[in-house]
Design a binder for this molecule. Structure first.
Ligand SMILES: Cc1ncc(COP(=O)(O)O)c(C=O)c1O
Length: 404
């Protein structure tokens, strides 16, 4: 008998599929309100404008739009990205500091490949973005996690950890952080902690990956500086057009020291030669016509309303049964239930009750956080959010009463 599995390389055992994608598949086509994914609300996609731009690009740029192009990304697109960063609070970039990627997910994947040798130590927030854990795992990273609170990563605990690791002669290579409107918690790192993190990077000689898909969706007047605007050497910045335009275009970018960009370019050549030329031209034109700038405040308002609806529904239905973060931005609320409740075990019941969420342990490198879950508010409608939280509360109530 042919054993196909025996042909699969060992490294695949290091790769984990995203629990979120699996849950999304389970919920497809069923009467389940999904609070699981991190999808933008498609109602706000600038569909008509993009239809017009797409045909303009084909007519105007013709064969160029359909041709192979350079690995780093089109120069005019990189210039628009530099300009966008400048106008939105991160000045001082140059096109040679930028590489265009197929979403920031590819940026993370390539960064893991060029920075992390098997066994290298990567520090992440606890909890952190699930798919970042997966890309670092896939290259054999070892991890340490630093807890967060309402002001983001506890840099005081990080400092203790760094001291301890130094005493053990262990080197930290990279700290990966989503400092602004974090996924999964929605909290932001305070400016004091940002400054502290950069001091620690100097003192203990590590690089920082600043993953920043959500900073354009801040609902509160929180003063924040992107780490990249504070340090152009140690901070590798990645962001994406997924939330500020449309995720289906698969457009992201990295802003970093040119040596990092050069290494990324080689890794990207191996991965996919380049990000689709056509899509880069569409986004270039969408920035030039001001569509991105108009889109951001519209979506921000909508998500803020949805966040408020979810917070209110949580107050109404889950008070006394749970605690949750109060996101200052982004797409998610993170919920903490009684320690005795395992949200992974509870998920099938929630799905039967017609609501999906992501069990929080997926966001912890050490499998902790079993009593937590991530709820998304950008995708469901306001009405759906209310119904979903009511359904979820019924499920949680059962568990609370069983435990008591
Ligand atoms: C923190 C974070 N980083 C990266 C990504 C990847 O986004 P994309 O590949 O669509 O740019 C996401 C997507 O949700 C995210 O939440």
């Amino acid at each position: 008998m042919l054993d196909i599995k025996s042909f699969i390389a060992d490294r695949v055992t290091l790769m984990e599929s995203s629990e979120i994608r699996e849950i999304l598949e389970l919920t497809e086509g069923k009467n389940v309100i999904s609070l699981a994914g991190g999808l933008p609300d498609p109602k706000y996609f600038p569909t008509e404008e993009l239809a017009e731009i797409s045909s303009y690009i084909i007519k105007e740029y013709g064969s160029r739009a359909l041709q192979y192009s350079v690995t780093r990304g089109l120069r005019e697109f990189r210039k628009e990205i530099v300009d966008f960063m400048e106008k939105t609070g991160t000045p001082g970039e140059r096109p040679y500091n930028i590489i265009v990627t197929s979403g920031s997910q590819q940026a993370l994947n390539l960064l893991a490949q060029i920075l992390v040798n098997p066994g290298d130590l990567v520090i992440v927030e606890k909890p952190t973005y699930l798919a970042a854990i997966n890309v670092f795992k896939a290259v054999g990273a070892s991890f340490d996690g630093i807890p967060i609170d309402d002001e983001g990563m506890r840099t005081d605990i990080l400092e203790e950890k760094l001291k301890q690791l130094k005493a053990e002669r262990k080197r930290v290579k990279v700290v990966y952080t989503v400092p602004t409107a974090q996924n999964p918690s929605g909290v932001s790192m305070s400016n004091e902690r940002r400054a502290h993190l950069l001091e620690l990077a100097e003192e203990y000689d590590f690089l920082i990956i600043e993953d920043d898909p959500y900073s354009h969706f801040m609902f509160e007047n929180v003063e924040f500086k992107r780490l990249r605007s504070m340090d152009k050497y140690r901070v590798i910045y990645t962001s994406t057009f997924s939330k500020i335009l449309a995720p289906g275009l698969r457009l992201g970018w990295v802003a970093a020291h040119p040596d990092i960009i050069d290494a990324l370019e080689i890794a990207k050549q191996n991965a996919d030669l380049h990000t689709p030329t056509f899509n880069q031209l569409i986004a270039t034109e969408a920035i030039r016509r001001g569509i991105v700038y108009e889109h951001i405040p519209k979506v921000r308002e909508a998500y803020k309303r949805k966040r408020d609806v979810m917070l209110q529904a949580l107050e109404e239905y889950m008070d006394n049964m749970a605690k949750w973060t109060k996101p200052v931005g982004g797409l998610f609320i993170f919920v903490y239930l009684d320690e005795s409740i395992d949200t992974k075990e509870m998920l099938p019941e929630a799905l039967s009750a017609g609501v999906a969420y992501v069990p929080g342990s997926a966001f912890y490198i050490d499998g902790s956080g079993r009593n937590t879950m991530r709820l998304n508010f950008s995708y469901p409608s306001e009405e759906e959010i209310k119904v979903a939280i009511e359904r979820l509360a019924d499920v949680v109530r059962e568990h609370v009463s069983v435990q008591r």
